[in-house]
Write a protein that binds this ligand. Structure first.
Ligand SMILES: [Zn+2]
Length: 288
C-alpha cells in the first residue's frame, strides 16, 4: 500500500500483534522449491548433457555457459516491515522524499483475514531472491526479516543506490476500494536525483506489466492509473532512486478475489517468476 494511512490503520495494525508475522512466511523448503523453477526455465544446462553434446571425444570439456544474470546486482525493497506497528514514534517521523515531506514508513495494509501486507511483501521478495540467485544475480534487500521496524523509505532508496543495482523493484500490495481489482506499476517522475533513470524505469515498468499479464492471472488495476501504469512523484523510493526502479502494487488486499490470490504461496511464487522474467529481459535483452 502506498497512500497515506489514516490514524485508524495504526490501531488496526496494533490489533494484529498476536498473529502478524507467523502466517504464511515461506518456509525454507518452499523457498528452495521456488529456486529450481527459475533454473528449470531453460537457463541451466546439466553439465553432463552439455559436455557430451558439445565436445568431441578426447577434447577438454567446454566451460559451462555463464548464468544469465551472473555479475548483475538487483535491488529488492519489500515494503513496510512486520514490526512497524510497534514503534509509531519512529515510523511517523517526517522525512524529506526529494520533493516533499512524508512519513518514514507506514504499517501497510492487510486482508480481511489479517494477512499483513508486510508479510506478503517479504514472502514475495524471498521467493524472488531465490529465483534471482538461481540465475546468477547478486541480490540486495532493504530488510532481512519481517519482524523489525523500518528502515525509513529514504534509507531503503539509499541501500539500493549504494549497491549500484542494475535494476530494482519495490514490492507492495494495495489497500484499495473493496470493488477494486488488479495490479499497478508505479513509475518515477523526473525530479533531479532520478533524472538519469527515468527512461530505464519506464522500460522496466513495461517489462513488469507485460510479465504480470503473461505469467499471472492478476488483471491490470481497474481503479489506479491507466493500463496498469501510474506516474508517482510523491514517493521517496522513486524520487531518490539513482537506479532504474518501479514500485509494484501486486493486487488489492481489500478485494476478496485479489486477497485469495495474494495469500496463496503458489501465486506469490508466480509473481516472483514474473518479476524474474521482467528483470532478466530488462538487464539482458533476452527472455528468461
Ligand atoms: Zn505498501
Amino acid at each position: 500500500m502506498h497512500s497515506k494511512l489514516p490514524a485508524v490503520a495504526l490501531v488496526l495494525a496494533a490489533a494484529l500483534a498476536s498473529g502478524c508475522g507467523v502466517a504464511a512466511r515461506p518456509s525454507d523448503s518452499a523457498a528452495r522449491a521456488s529456486a529450481p523453477a527459475g533454473a528449470a526455465s531453460g537457463v541451466v544446462v546439466p553439465a553432463g548433457a552439455q559436455s557430451s553434446a558439445a565436445s568431441p571425444a578426447g577434447s577438454p570439456s567446454p566451460s559451462p555457459a555463464p548464468l544469465p544474470l551472473a555479475g548483475r546486482v538487483v535491488g529488492i525493497d519489500p515494503g513496510h516491515n512486520g514490526g512497524n506497528f510497534s514503534d509509531p514514534g519512529f515510523i511517523n517521523q517526517m522525512i524529506w522524499n526529494g520533493r516533499e515531506s512524508e512519513t518514514c514508513d507506514t504499517t501497510g495494509t492487510e486482508t480481511a483475514s489479517g494477512f499483513t501486507e508486510a508479510s506478503f511483501n517479504f514472502d514475495v521478495a524471498t521467493y524472488l531472491r531465490a529465483d534471482l540467485v538461481a540465475v546468477g544475480a547478486q541480490v540486495v534487500m532493504t530488510r532481512q526479516t519481517n519482524t523489525g521496524v523500518g528502515p525509513c523509505v529514504t534509507t531503503r532508496a539509499q541501500i539500493i543506490n549504494d549497491a549500484h543495482a542494475g535494476v530494482a523493484i519495490d514490492i507492495h500490495a494495495d489497500g484499495g476500494p473493496t470493488w477494486g481489482r488488479g495490479f499497478a506499476v508505479l513509475e518515477p517522475v523526473a525530479d533531479g536525483p532520478n533524472d538519469a533513470v527515468i527512461s530505464g524505469s519506464l522500460q522496466f515498468g513495461a517489462d513488469v506489466r507485460a510479465a504480470l499479464l503473461r505469467e499471472t492471472a492478476m488483471p491490470e488495476s481497474n481503479y489506479d492509473g491507466t493500463n496498469g501504469l501510474v506516474s508517482r512523484d510523491d514517493l521517496a523510493g522513486l524520487n531518490l532512486t539513482t537506479v532504474p526502479k518501479i514500485l509494484v502494487e501486486c493486487g488489492n488486499m481489500i478485494n476478496s478475489t485479489d486477497a485469495a490470490m495474494l495469500t496463496s504461496p503458489a501465486f506469490q511464487q508466480q509473481l516472483a517468476r514474473a518479476f524474474t522474467a521482467a528483470i532478466t529481459v530488462f538487464l539482458t535483452g533476452q527472455p528468461a
